[in-house]
Design a protein around this ligand. Structure first.
Ligand SMILES: [Zn+2]
Length: 179
């Protein structure tokens, strides 16, 4: 028994009308970096279909070294495998999306952060760095971090956005630019 059982029934419905998507660059030329929060699923909020966009999710939607590594690999893969399908305006745009009411915001409280560090073994500094209390500030910091990351392919552009949990609206706060 597993809690996946009801989802397997949904998958059966899905598979009945499913058409496989060929391996190709994402149709929207977008790589989204966003929070793992189940209330901000970009497939729903942004109307994504299969093959539309790469989505990288972690706590807060933060630009961590792991995210930078994934983006570097995606750029390499795109240039190696899809050379003939790359658009003239670049490989892809990385859209960083932070949101209001983020659960990582609790980590801004020193007491909460200390207990979290003890319970998880994650360093307090790392937990503090992952907190999103003001998504407008953190998205700006993360756009800068990615744009200045060594090894970011010059054909990759980066933009910043904030998603409002209360309204369901996404606002662009930083227009796309190249490193
Ligand atoms: Zn969040």
């Amino acid at each position: 028994m597993t809690k996946m059982t009801p989802l397997l029934e949904r998958n059966e419905q899905f598979a009945r009308t499913y058409t496989p998507v060929p391996l190709a660059p994402p149709a929207t030329q977008l790589v989204l970096v966003t929070c793992l929060d189940h209330r901000v699923d970009p497939a729903n909020a942004l109307g994504l279909q299969l093959g539309d966009a790469v989505v990288i999710r972690n706590a807060g939607g933060r630009v961590t070294q792991a995210v930078i590594d994934d983006i570097a690999y995606l750029a390499f893969l795109a240039e190696q495998v899809f050379a003939g399908q790359i658009q003239a305006d670049g490989l892809f745009e990385v859209a960083i999306v932070h949101h209001t009411q983020c659960g990582t915001g609790f980590l801004a409280d020193p007491g909460f952060r200390h207990r979290a560090a003890e319970a998880t073994g994650v360093a307090e500094a790392a937990l503090e760095a992952s907190a999103v209390t003001d998504p407008y500030l953190t998205v700006k910091a993360d756009v800068e971090r990615l744009l200045t990351a060594p090894g970011l392919a010059p054909k990759v552009s980066v933009s910043g956005h904030v998603y409002d949990i209360a309204t369901g609206r996404l606002a662009t706060t930083i227009d796309a630019r190249h490193p």
